[in-house]
Design a protein around this ligand. Sequence first.
Ligand SMILES: [Zn+2]
Length: 305
Amino acid sequence: MEIAANPNWFANNPLARLNNEKDNEAFIRDRLADADSLMIPLWRGDPLVIGGKDAGFLSAAARREFPQSATTVFLGLKDNRAYFGIDASATGQTPEAAAFSDIGQYMPLREAASVVSREDLSIIGHARWLIEWRRTHRFCSACGHETALELGGAKSQCPNCEAVHFPRSNPVAIVLATHDDACLLGRGPGWPPGFLSALAGFIEAGETPEEAARREIFEEAGVTLTDVRYQFSQPWPFPASMMMGFIADATGRDLNLDTNEIEEACWVAKSDIRLLLAKDENAPEGIFVPPRFTIARQLLEVWAR
Ligand SMILES: [Zn+2]
């Protein structure tokens, strides 16, 4: 059976993760010593980008330019070549001062998402996920002891109480609510006027994604959904959200906004969405659709087709 392609950026990571081999420390050590292996450095989660467009993969020999304590994670294998990520944060107080900033630029990931290849972006997203998890979850949540990374960085274990910890994926339901030939877009406080997107919220404990989708749209916009249809998902490394995309039918267009969550929301006609997606000169002014690397944009593309 052929699996439908996922249209989302950060998805479709080409690396084989080798979960059966990477618990072998010698395997990781040998791959780090292999001159063919590649390593992407990230400064506080932002990847090295060379020439304004290429992911800054270095030879794994570059490992010696980083402190021994720099978090190093194994990302997987492609064409028998291993890929690693390394935390460059400790090599400089600013991205301009960090290691290898003389050959490229540590670019904010949202900017890098628009320039590096989609394949490289999915690898960088994985690296950021693990490195940021390590940076913020260094200590055991059960006893407070410092933990040790295992599985090439995909797991940590506490040497004191033996608790095992895995990187979190925080599930989010993101919903394009529709009513006849219009869809509901909005923006939270802090986003510039007109920068509208599908509404989203974290899935809570004991809740299905579909239940979260209904609850969020009702809480934020006062809109009741009937049919809620799952479309696709996106790993979103800002820092660790698993976006689950839905298109849903609403019972009506009356809005009752929770102004703590939503500053502006409106129904936009499908004909206008098509013009906006096509950057047509007749597109309505003052509305900006999300960039291509967002799942909100992909939901709009699917619905407008
Ligand atoms: Zn512990």
